[in-house]
Design a protein. Structure first.
Length: 72
């Protein structure tokens, strides 16, 4: 079973930008279910993180502030 880490800031940033889950899903090409799982802290691939960062209007360098599970 995959470990859940509810320490990412995707939901907070999305809501600050007044964006719905459906809108973020559309901009990233991901499903609403995937966005929901990520916001709940489930792990995702680097490519998925990249899509989310760009769709939120952030730089790739912001990865560690949005996804705090990235410690490398």
């Amino acid at each position: 079973m995959k470990q859940v880490n509810a320490s990412n800031r995707v939901r907070k940033i999305r809501e600050t930008k007044m964006m719905s889950k459906a809108e973020l899903a559309r901009k990233t090409g991901l499903s609403v279910q995937t966005i929901d799982r990520i916001e709940k802290g489930f792990p995702c691939r680097l490519d998925t993180k990249r899509k989310i960062l760009l769709a939120l209007g952030l730089n790739l360098e912001d990865r560690k502030t949005v996804f705090s599970d990235d410690e490398e």
